[in-house]
Design a protein around this ligand. Sequence first.
Ligand SMILES: [Zn+2]
Ligand SMILES: [Zn+2]
Length: 486
Amino acid sequence: MSSVPFTRTAEAPRAYAKVSLQVQSSKDLPEEEPINLNIPDNYVQWVLKNQKERPPITWQTLWGELNYLSLSILTIPPAMAIWGICNVNLHWETAMWGVIYYFVTGLGITAGYHRLWAHRSYNASKPLQYALAMAGAGAVEGSIKWWSRGHRAHHRYTDTDLDPYDANKGFWWSHVGWMLVKPRRKPGVADVSDLSKSAVVKWQHRWYLYLILGMGFVFPTAVAGLGWGDWAGGFFYAATARLVFVHHSTFCVNSLAHWLGETPFDDKHTPRDHMITAFITNGEGYHNFHHQFPMDYRNAIKWYQYDPTKWFIWVCSVLGLASHLKMFPDNEVKKGQLTMQLKRLKETQDHLQFAPDHNDLPVISWDSFREQAQKRALVIIAGFIHDVSSLIDEHPGGRHLILKYVGKDATTAFFGGVYNHSNAAHNLLSMKRVGVLHGGVQHGLDDKNIPPAQRLRVARYSELLSSSGSASSTACSDVDEETLLG
Ligand SMILES: [Zn+2]
Ligand SMILES: [Zn+2]
């Protein structure tokens, strides 16, 4: 898996060169200038417009477009593993060792490459850093620097053409497709100058080839061979088959975690939360949370959710090997959840019918109400005039109790005087409102004149502003509107 180095001079427009020079003369500059320090404000648009994409792949051009190194790494081990499964006996010790080493190398990626180096979500001591760099090399997914550079671009340009594994290009593209062919365009710029300064990252980058051979194949084989004499099993199961599982476990973070599950924190982009993805990926399945709060050392925030990577980092901190575990303020996390909950509630609310707005109802005098109640079943409750004709025969308490109040005020009887009606009854009654009694709505009766289903309402901020502006107009209605009733 080769990297595609980003060259700023090739991508930044000339108009910004002057700004770049001025900033470079500042005394405060770090030793190595971050690669994205002087990118233009419209960088994403600019690159998408000015940087040519590779042409679409056709059957004729396929052979020239393949990335043969990645293709070999992603096809030869599975083929070897299948051959081994068919021809080599599996000893239980080797099976156990393969599973353990799957978790060791998996954590090298999740706790090391991902949460430590790509996101700096905690600080690790030197011994832990070397251990994670070696374990991560055993997963054979490229060096820390290459991997983190791509991953930072993935977070920064999620779901765009500058995201190296853009989930909008399909499940299989984000899973393996993006590695099998030459990148269609350079990933968006992402700074990794902090990693370039790290002694451990530099060390791993320098010895990477030896580390993948040693940690990917020699070490797992030798443990089984020297431990219980199973050299062949060690090679085919603990090294090769285990490698295939670790590969696809990581790839699922780019594919499955952007495809399966819920969006409890934000639905602007594709990342999703799902327990199944968490089980497959050592806890990286709470990906909606992760994309919202990428520098949080956790993916799962509830104690019962499966996130062994978080548990590992926490244990390391207890042992003094890790420190400064970053957690996003709970208040802000809850705001994200609340936003999505309100959004879903608003969708439900928008599909329901509620009582007519009192501003839209005619205001009727007492005399007019009495007169019109001669012709149809009108009842006053909490200052509203209701046409209860359709309720007479369906009233659980019997027709007589409704007919008794036609042409009268039944507020006291409805709210407990005769029967303390349920919220459902109150909501249903409100749908029968046909007018407002002039001077009839008393202050302090909110619980009576606002139906239970409308006491809490989800509204957009702009709606709240406009409704508060029109509040003063509610009082001035005209008796002339009486003719509307009926
Ligand atoms: Zn992602
Ligand atoms: Zn990430």
